[in-house]
Structure formats: structure tokens, C-alpha cells
Design a protein around this ligand. Structure first.
Ligand code: GLO
Ligand code: MG
Length: 344
């Protein structure tokens, strides 16, 4: 069965352009204005950080948090948008400076778990059962700073607590090998899926695979996706592109390596991605040089390229592909794919 594709992005993907070496270069677009842009760009769903939905949530009571999230749900409904997932933002607070769940300071670990619970409440109020967990600072700058076996146990314990806190919530771990840390503890899809097996509800832990993160780990994103699909664990994707192992670039999908992008689209389509309600998230950023008026083009361009590559994949002469595979004539198969990608 072919895939069914609905597109999502997060409000952070419309961005003012600040980087570690320079300030914002575009004006801030208010969250409520961003919501008004989704449909026009071809997107049906919103990915949230907990505090995208409920700003300043650390200053609010659990009841206030839920009531603010419910108000956001009403706005989403008004735009005909759905919340795909909510992610706890565990990398900005001073208490998560050394990681949340794996911080050496028990008070900080306590804060991170509390914040995770509030994030689950927000997801509930926004009408989604999916949490994405990007374990941003769960790692080290120097290996001696933490015990890596203990750290993994802490992540498992935290997940167990959250799976028990809410009986239906599902958690998609978004693996990433580095940045902001030197090394993280859950760098790849395999790590995330192995971790799931140690929890009290392995069937409620899956993955969100980001193209750039796989590339930073030296892996092929489409093979990472295939691995997760084989386990029934691919619950979201963050498609983008990345020009080799350097800082996480979040470039427009397909903008660096069209064939690598093609193979991601192809594996998703061949395995019916989206038929269980999964969305295609585009975790892309506009170039810092982009002028304000056009700083959403990276989103529509990424979607356009996805759909174009889907068309190319579906138009391939499958009989020819199968016969070349049977003959083990991979040189001819290589040319067939390159010709398809170059339109001749
Ligand atoms: C950063 C991540 C980040 C997450 C987002 C959702 O490298 O890709 O954008 O996807 O915060 O948790
Ligand atoms: Mg991401």
C-alpha cells in the first residue's frame, strides 16, 4: 500500500535567523500569525514544543497550563489544523544546563521529570497522544563528567515514570549524535529502539527520525527509516538536508543530495507511511540571508520537492527495476535511477 502524506512543521521553523555568531536578522512573527500561514503553505498539522503552546509555563500551575493549552486547541480547530506532537523543551532552562534526566544534580532531574509531566498534560489538551523527545543535552562534553551506563538507566526510569503517568501517551525519541553536546547517549535509531525494549511499555516508545541527525551520525537516513519501519516504530520524521558532518544545518529537503532525499521518500511510500496517521514533518530553517518576506519558502520548497520525488518514485518502471535487481545489474539500475532523477 502506498503512503498517504500530510505535512507538518513547528513554529520554530519560521525563524528570525539568529545563529551562535550573530543576532536576529528578521522580525519575529507572532505565533498566532504563524498559525495563519500553515494552510497556504500546504501544511495541515503543527508540531509543538510545550512552551510554544503555553509560554512561560514554569510560572503557571498545572491547571492553568491545561486551560491555556485548551485555548490553543480552539485556535487550531478554527484554522482546521491538528497538533501532531508536543515536545518538552528541556534545553533552555538553567536547571537543564547539564541535561535533564541525566543531570548529576537530583533537583535538576526532578525539574526535568516535572516538566515532562506538564508537557504530557499539554499534549492531552491539544488532542494528540504523541510526545517527541529530543534528548538535547542528555550527553557530555567530556566523558568523565557522567557515567554513561547510569545515564541510560536514568532515561529508562524517566520514560517508565511518564508511561505510567499517562496510560496512552506514546513517545517518539528523536535521536541525534551531537550538538549541543559533544556526544549524546541516544545517537541513533538503533539506540532508541533498544531503549524502548527496557521500558514498561515498549510498544509505546518509537522514533522520530531526522535526516540531518542521521547524516551527522554518518548514517543514511533512508536506511535508518527502513530500520524503524521494520520494527513498526517510525511514528514521525523530520525531513531536511545536511551538507556533511558539521553543525546541524536544517537545510531544505533535497537541497544537498537529491538522491538521498529520493530514497527517503521512496522507503516511506513503499511502506505505507502515513496510513496510521503519521505525518511528514519538515524540520527546516530558512537561510540566514533570506529576506523576511520570503522566509517561509524553505517550507513550501521542501514540500514541493517531497511531492516531486514521490512522483518520480511512483513513475519508475518497476518491472525494469525488478529485472535489473534479479540480474544483479546494479550499474544499469544506478543509471536508471539517475536518469529518472534528471528527467530523461
Ligand atoms: C534539533 C532538533 C529540534 C527538534 C525539536 C522538537 O536539532 O531537530 O528541532 O526536532 O526541538 O523536539
Ligand atoms: Mg528535529
Amino acid at each position: 500500500m502506498p503512503g498517504v502524506f500530510r505535512f507538518t512543521f513547528g513554529p520554530w521553523n519560521i525563524h528570525e535567523g539568529q545563529d551562535p555568531f550573530g543576532p536576529a536578522v528578521r522580525d519575529r512573527v507572532e505565533f498566532s500569525r504563524k498559525l495563519g500561514l500553515y494552510k497556504g503553505l500546504g501544511f495541515d498539522g503543527v508540531q509543538f514544543h510545550d512552551d510554544d503552546a503555553v509560554p512561560e509555563m514554569n510560572d503557571l500551575s498545572p491547571a492553568q497550563i491545561v486551560s491555556q493549552a485548551k485555548a490553543v486547541k480552539a485556535v487550531l480547530d478554527g484554522h482546521g489544523l491538528a497538533a501532531e506532537f508536543v515536545a518538552p523543551r528541556l534545553w533552555e532552562d538553567p536547571r537543564t544546563i547539564d541535561g535533564g534526566f541525566t543531570s548529576n544534580d537530583p533537583a535538576c532531574r526532578q525539574y526535568a521529570r516535572e516538566r515532562f509531566r506538564r508537557c504530557i498534560d499539554i499534549a492531552d489538551a491539544l488532542g494528540t497522544d504523541l510526545i517527541v523527545l529530543w534528548l538535547a543535552r542528555e550527553g557530555t562534553y567530556i566523558r568523565e563528567a557522567k557515567d554513561s551506563a547510569w545515564a541510560v538507566d536514568q532515561i529508562v526510569e524517566t520514560l517508565n515514570e511518564m508511561l505510567t503517568y499517562h496510560p496512552r501517551i506514546r513517545v517518539a525519541i528523536e535521536p541525534k549524535p551531537n550538538e549541543p553536546m559533544d556526544h549524546t547517549y541516544i545517537p541513533t535509531t538503533g539506540h532508541a529502539i533498544a531503549l524502548a525494549q527496557r521500558t514498561v511499555a515498549p510498544e509505546r516508545i518509537g522514533v522520530n527520525i531526522e535526516s540531518a541527525h542521521a547524516i551527522l551520525a554518518g548514517l543514511d537516513p533512508s536506511d535508518e527509516m527502513g530500520f524503524a519501519l521494520s520494527f513498526g516504530k517510525l511514528w514521525s520524521v523530520h525531513l531536511n538536508d545536511q551538507n556533511g558532518p558539521k553543525f546541524d544545518q536544517d537545510k531544505s529537503f533535497g537541497s544537498v543530495d537529491l538522491r538521498r532525499a529520493f530514497n527517503q521518500v521512496r522507503i516511506l511510500d513503499r511502506h505505507g507511511y502515513g496510513r496510521k496517521g503519521e505525518s511528514v514533518g519538515l524540520d527546516v530553517k530558512a537561510m540566514r540571508t533570506q529576506k523576511a518576506g520570503a522566509a517561509t519558502r524553505h517550507l513550501s520548497n521542501s514540500r514541493t520537492m517531497f511531492l516531486r520525488l514521490l512522483e518520480i518514485s511512483r513513475a519508475l518502471d518497476e518491472a525494469a527495476v525488478q529485472s535489473l535487481i534479479a540480474e544483479r545489474d546494479y550499474e544499469a539500475l544506478d543509471l536508471l535511477i539517475m536518469q529518472a532523477l534528471t528527467g530523461r
